[in-house]
Design a protein around this ligand. Structure first.
Ligand SMILES: NC(=O)c1ccc[n+]([C@@H]2O[C@H](COP(=O)([O-])OP(=O)(O)OC[C@H]3O[C@@H](n4cnc5c(N)ncnc54)[C@H](O)[C@@H]3O)[C@@H](O)[C@H]2O)c1
Ligand SMILES: O=C(O)[C@H]1O[C@H](OP(=O)(O)OP(=O)(O)OC[C@H]2O[C@@H](n3ccc(=O)[nH]c3=O)[C@H](O)[C@@H]2O)[C@H](O)[C@@H](O)[C@@H]1O
Length: 346
């Protein structure tokens, strides 16, 4: 498998990729694909695990430190012969024989990644180094879930992958956005220097069932508030925009990227763009028309606009999102109602 990107944007690595584990050639080898998912007990990770486990040829190993994830998200797979769950922090080295690594481990909600910023940056830098070291050792292909936050408060709109971003290197969000930028750099350095097969997804705001109820991100906040009959907290000015991708579309895009021939980075997101006030109005209309909308203070460096240019994903992966916001919100509402114990009649 050629390690250079077929989109021709990046130079070829000087060395060819290391061979897969010798076990792959032994007479005992079964044609299973052994896949490691770091952060697999989290929101996107657990949906990815569900999809990977649907394929009977896959064995899935999850490592997670449960900082924001939960075993509960994986309960249907615990005890399954093709599934293994390991409590492990990616800032420590890990030795497992795998063919693919989906590297998601990292707190993603601003309230969690700002809670212990030094740990967040260690997770992004040391965690990614450890996973790249593992990929190099066993010859695995590795996919990093990077973020639209690498574009910072973008001055170009919508954001194509060629945009280098507008990021504050010393702000309260830097542990996350600069951390992911270093993680991307490490991925390309390992690719060029050691021939590792890499894939980089730049994920834009994703929502869906299993988000933490008190996660702090806007969609989960608004849905939980609407169900509890509390005012929806729109952070000022409310005209800032985001583009929301339903989690099943996201998982589909990640798997296509992993299985395809392009290193990326590739934006994976839904280009439908909404102001936070529009989102609040939509949640109010769909879930609880009685709730108020309250304007509250914002946090520093909040990006004013965000919308993915997904031309590359369409052309190179044949991918585009299918689920519209108005169709995805009720699916998430259903899950939140169950977990909050709020029935439809209330
Ligand atoms: N959801 C989004 O909108 C979004 C957008 C852009 C990028 N991403 C990226 O996607 C990935 C998953 O995000 P999510 O929304 O599912 O978040 P999440 O918080 O639900 O999941 C992250 C998982 O990583 C685990 N984790 C955190 N630090 C770890 C460490 N040091 N060692 C091992 N495990 C650790 C957490 O316990 C959790 O299970 C993250 O890398 C995030 O940066 C998400
Ligand atoms: O998609 C991305 O790349 C990044 O997006 C998010 O970061 P952010 O867009 O700031 O996510 P939210 O915390 O959900 O905020 C979105 C917008 O909603 C606003 N907001 C948030 C919460 C709230 O209660 N009310 C509210 O108006 C914020 O001010 C912000 O403008 C995620 O949390 C990151 O993990 C991810 O990497």
């Amino acid at each position: 498998m050629a390690a250079n990107s077929s989109n021709g944007e990046h130079q070829s690595p000087s060395k060819s990729p290391p061979l897969p584990s010798p076990l792959r050639f032994s007479k005992f080898f079964q044609s299973n694909m052994r896949i490691l998912v770091t952060g697999g007990a989290g929101f996107i990770g657990s949906h990815l695990v569900d999809k990977l486990m649907e394929n009977e040829k896959n064995e899935v190993i999850v490592v997670d430190n449960y900082f924001t994830g939960s075993k509960d998200n994986l309960r249907k797979w615990i005890g399954h012969p093709r599934f293994e769950l390991i409590r492990h922090d990616v800032t420590e080295p890990l030795l497992v024989e795998v063919d693919q690594i989906y590297h998601l481990a990292c707190p993603a909600s601003p309230i969690f990644y700002k809670y212990n910023p030094v740990k967040t940056i260690k997770t992004n830098v040391i965690g990614t180094l450890n996973m790249l070291g593992l990929a190099k050792r066993v010859g695995a292909r590795i996919l990093l879930t990077s973020t639209s936050e690498v574009y910072g408060d973008p001055l170009i709109h919508p954001q194509p992958e060629t945009y280098w971003g507008n990021v504050n290197p010393i702000g309260v969000r830097s542990c996350y956005d600069e951390g992911k930028r270093v993680a991307e750099t490490l991925m390309f350095d390992y690719h060029r220097q050691h021939g590792i097969e890499i894939r980089i997804a730049r994920i834009f705001n994703t929502y869906g069932p299993r988000m933490n109820i008190d996660d702090g991100r806007v969609v989960s906040n608004f849905i939980a508030q609407a169900l509890r009959g509390e005012p929806l907290t729109v952070q000022k000015p409310g005209t800032q925009t985001r583009s929301f991708c339903y989690v099943s579309d996201m998982v589909d895009g990640l798997i296509r990227l992993m299985e395809g021939e392009n290193t990326g980075p590739i934006n994976i997101g839904n280009p439908g763009e909404f102001t936070m006030l529009e989102l609040a109005e939509t949640v109010k209309e769909l879930i609880n028309p009685k709730v108020e909308i309250n304007m509250v203070e914002n946090t520093p460096d909040d990006p004013r606009q965000r919308k993915p240019d997904i031309t590359k994903a369409k052309e190179l992966l044949g991918w585009e999102p299918k689920v519209k916001l108005r169709d995805g919100l009720p699916l998430m509402e259903e899950d939140f109602r169950l977990r909050l114990g709020v029935s439809k009649e209330n």
